[in-house]
Design a protein around this ligand. Structure first.
Ligand code: UT7
Length: 329
């Protein structure tokens, strides 16, 4: 059997959607307050796509930046994988729009839907292709236009989410010389499928005048139950990722930006301090599959990733799904 090719992160990119929605904007829509939202979630503002935009537009901008930062041309790509739960269309895949928009003429393209674990699932997939010798240059993205599926009269959900995209180019570690993926895991428990849910619009409840009137195409969640699951799962994943390594070597944890309180509780459970954790939920809210790559890009820009040190990604989301990745920067 051919030996496994070690995989590294060559470069990253980001695209925040253009329309800034502050907590005060939501005070005009539902019975809420800036104070409640900040205290309960850590969110101050989030970004929404413009009317003419959708997920692929955000992906193309983030992907272009990730390619530039990697020193690659679009035609160097072998594969484009988009993690999203809000593709432009149910058919074809968002990744095909990204492939053509970038001019990645040699690349295959497909989407993965693992909700907020979408980017880590795309990363895991891209890594596996390169590790197996099936691809050399893979663009992986996490991107969402969640604003299109928010019930703006439901205060329990509409204040939480935002739109954006993050991208990373994966290549053999021998080429990148940094960002080696050391370990990666994915998991799922579909018995929790209705904890975070968009019931309508798919094959089970196709869009009809009745399903639309009932708002079945909107995101609904049982936030308190997710909260409990999330804290335990995030903490367990961090510990699983660093097992056998010296935890003191971890320079930064890049968690799914679900809720600042969930992140803080998970880190407390692990016994670490928040100064090792990257949080940008205050600016973007929960952008589902996009949170980890957007946070990764900003953490790199702010010099939070130190050469030779360890970086941990953790995410969980609807499904339920979860994932973790350990990287040596
Ligand atoms: O990425 C995966 C998807 N994300 C999630 O699934 C979110 C995970 N869960 C959470 O982040 C938190 O559970 C929430 C932020 C959604 C809610 O925070 P909480 O501290 O768990 O609040 P709660 O659901 O226990 O609600 C407390 C109170 C309730 O009122 P009563 O019953 O105590 O009178 C809610 O009706 O807060 C009320 N409430 C609000 N008040 C003002 C719920 N949403 C709002 C709001 N503004 N936007």
């Amino acid at each position: 059997m051919a030996s496994r090719v070690a995989v590294g992160i060559a470069g990253t990119g980001i695209c925040a959607a253009p329309r800034v929605m502050t907590n005060h904007d939501f005070e005009k829509l539902v019975d809420t307050s800036d104070e409640w939202i900040v205290q309960r979630t850590g969110i101050r503002e989030r970004r929404f796509v413009a009317p003419e935009q959708a997920t692929s537009d955000l992906c193309i901008a983030a992907g272009r930046q990730a390619l530039e930062n990697s020193g690659l041309r679009p035609e160097d790509l072998d594969l484009v994988v988009v993690g999203t739960l809000t593709p432009d269309y149910l058919l074809p895949a968002c990744a095909t729009l990204v492939q053509t928009g970038l001019g990645a003429t040699r690349a295959g393209a497909f989407d993965v839907n693992a909700a907020c674990t979408g980017f880590l699932t795309a990363l895991h997939t891209g890594e596996a292709f390169i590790a197996a010798g099936r691809a050399r240059n893979v663009l992986v993205l996490g991107a969402e236009s969640l604003s299109r599926f928010l019930d703006m009269s439901d205060r329990a959900s509409c204040i939480l989410f935002g739109d954006g995209a993050g991208a990373a180019v994966l290549r053999p570690h021998a080429e990148t010389g940094r960002g080696e993926i050391l370990r990666s895991t994915l998991g799922a428990d579909g018995s929790g499928y209705d904890l975070i849910h968009m019931r309508g619009g798919g094959a089970k409840i196709p869009p009809t005048a009745e399903s639309l009137a009932k708002g079945e195409h909107f995101i609904r969640l049982r936030g308190r139950e997710v909260f409990r699951f999330a804290v335990t799962k995030m903490a367990d994943l961090i510990l699983e990722m660093v097992e056998g390594f010296d935890p003191a070597d971890v320079c930064v944890v890049v968690p799914h930006q679900v809720n600042a309180r969930i992140i803080e509780a998970a880190i407390e459970r692990v016994g670490w301090s928040m100064d090792r954790v990257f949080v940008n939920i205050d600016k973007y809210g929960n952008t589902s599959a996009a949170t980890v790559p957007m946070a990764l890009h900003e953490a790199i820009e702010q010099g939070r990733l130190q050469p030779g040190k360890l970086v941990v990604f953790v995410a969980f989301g609807a499904g339920l799904t979860w994932g973790g990745t350990l990287i040596r920067w």
